[in-house]
Structures are given as structure tokens and as C-alpha cells.
Design a protein around this ligand. Structure first.
Ligand code: PAF
Length: 275
């Protein structure tokens, strides 16, 4: 496995590998089984798998949240090696955002201000800006993202033109045995908070069970399951348009939920067939 930092090193490591397909797995490190599934997907699609690790300051509104983000670089490098990653790219902030060079943020459009974007202003502009720089550096054929961050996945799909050269591939969320969706932030939960956080998973399951009874039925069970949580948002959106659905909607919807559990911001989502 080649370990590189600067764009020049990355270019050198990719060299002749550019002649065949490359899949990129962009991450902020603190790798867990969810990331492993992304890497496995990348390996199944392309001859070369590139894993990037960069904790992107632009997508954190709050500098304490940025400072607190878990960093487990030695273990991440070990995991990447074990999983058969070909190139691990760990740029510094200066590599990604050269000092003195103006950063032009990518506008995520109106959806970027909804849901996760409403409680973390500027977050998605930061995500899209770094993702487009990662794409420019690697020039992959495939880029792999987890469905846990479903809104992020949607916005990245919208950013990459359909006629473009990069195919955005989503991979299903990986859950703990009890249903908690894997997240680098789970390590900050106490046992009690972890139990409370499961309300989000129960809400998604229950919503999926009653989806046939329509939007009002789904909204009622979701409210019931989330009652003990400090909910930041919980909405049923049209899976195509991301508009909040009205009561007469039928078709595929996504239930997106965020809650503050203790000091930890958690998100989850699930596909719900309505009607
Ligand atoms: O999902 C993440 O880990 C990050 O938002 C990403 C896509 C690597 C951009 O920093």
C-alpha cells in the first residue's frame, strides 16, 4: 500500500494505475465496519482503491466539534493495509487548501439548507468543496459513500453531472447487533445514551411496518418512538425530490432523523414505502 500526503505524491503513486479503473473512498478516518463495507465495494468495482483520510475543517461550523472529531490514524492505516487498499491519501490542511489561495465554496443549492444543513449551516458547502477537491486529485471512475449520510449522498449525486465521468455509489448503512447505525461519534455515548439512541432505529423500523397505511400513520408511530429523544429533525421526504411529503403521498420516501443524545449529534435514515 502506498501512503501519500501531497498532490504530487498522489499523482506519482497513481501513475500508470490511472490506465485502469480507480475507486475512491473519501473518509475522515476513525474507520469502522461501515467504512470497511465502502472499501469492499470499491475493491469489487475497480482495480485500484484509493482511501482518503482528511478531517475537513470546512464542514465543521463549530471548532470544538472539529477538535473533538475522533482521530485514530495509526489504526486506520493498519485497517487500510489489512483491507487491501492500494493507495492511502492523507493530505494536510495545507495540501487541501493551499495558504493564500482563495477557497471557492461549492453551493449545494436549496437542499443544502434543509435538515442537516439547517442545523449545521455551511456544512454541505464544506463537504462538496472538499469532495470536489478529492475528485480532482484522484480522478476516480467510482466514488463510494455510505447511505448513513443520505442527504450528503444526494447532494454529491446532484453535484456530479449525470453525464460526468464519476459514478457515485451508495452503500447501505451497517448497524450494530441492536440496530444502532455505525458512526464514528458512537464512541462518545454512555451506555444509557446508547439505549436512548435506539429510538431512532425503532422509529425507522416501525415506519417501515406501517408504511402501507399512509403518511399520517407513519408520522404517528415515528413521533411515538422518538418521544424520549431530543429530536433535531424528523421528516418523511420524497426519495426522488427530497420534498417533505404530504398526507396523500404514495411511493418511496426516506425518513430522515437527527437527534442530540447527550452531547452527541446522531443521524439515521431509512427507506419507507408509502401506500
Ligand atoms: O462522510 C464523510 O466522512 C465526509 O463528509 C466526507 C465525505 C469524507 C467529506 O469530508
Amino acid at each position: 500500500m502506498d501512503r501519500v500526503e501531497s498532490l504530487v505524491e498522489l499523482d506519482r503513486a497513481l501513475g500508470t494505475r490511472r490506465e485502469s479503473l480507480i475507486a475512491l473512498v473519501p473518509t475522515m478516518g476513525a474507520l469502522h465496519a461501515g467504512h470497511e463495507a465502502l472499501i469492499e465495494k470499491a475493491k469489487s468495482l475497480a482495480r485500484t482503491t484509493v482511501l482518503s483520510i482528511f478531517v475537513n475543517p470546512l464542514q465543521f461550523g463549530d471548532s470544538t466539534d472539529f477538535a473533538r472529531y475522533p482521530r485514530t490514524l495509526a489504526a486506520d492505516i493498519e485497517a487500510a493495509r489489512r483491507l487491501g487498499v492500494d493507495v492511502i491519501w492523507i493530505p494536510t490542511a495545507e495540501d487541501m487548501y493551499p495558504p493564500g489561495k482563495k477557497i471557492t465554496l461549492i453551493d449545494p443549492g436549496p437542499l443544502g439548507n434543509e435538515f442537516e444543513g439547517a442545523i449545521r449551516p455551511g456544512h454541505f458547502a464544506g463537504v462538496l468543496t472538499v469532495v470536489s477537491r478529492l475528485f480532482d486529485g484522484v480522478r476516480p471512475r467510482f466514488a463510494i459513500f455510505g447511505e448513513k449520510d443520505r442527504q450528503q449522498l444526494e447532494l454529491i449525486r446532484r453535484m456530479v453531472k449525470p453525464e460526468g465521468r464519476i459514478e457515485i455509489v451508495g452503500v447501505s448503512s451497517i448497524r450494530e447487533e441492536d440496530g444502532l447505525v455505525l458512526s464514528s461519534r458512537n464512541r462518545f455515548l454512555t451506555d444509557l445514551e446508547r439505549k436512548r439512541a435506539l429510538g431512532m432505529y425503532r422509529a425507522i423500523n416501525h415506519a417501515q411496518q406501517v408504511g402501507g397505511d399512509g403518511v399520517a400513520a407513519v408520522n404517528a408511530v415515528v413521533a411515538e418512538e422518538l418521544i424520549a429523544l431530543d429530536v433535531e429533525y424528523s421528516q418523511l421526504v420524497d426519495a426522488q425530490t427530497w420534498e417533505v411529503v404530504s398526507n396523500d403521498f404514495s411511493g418511496e420516501a426516506i425518513l430522515v432523523i437527527a437527534a442530540k443524545v447527550g452531547s452527541v449529534h446522531l443521524i439515521d435514515n431509512g427507506l419507507v414505502r408509502i401506500g
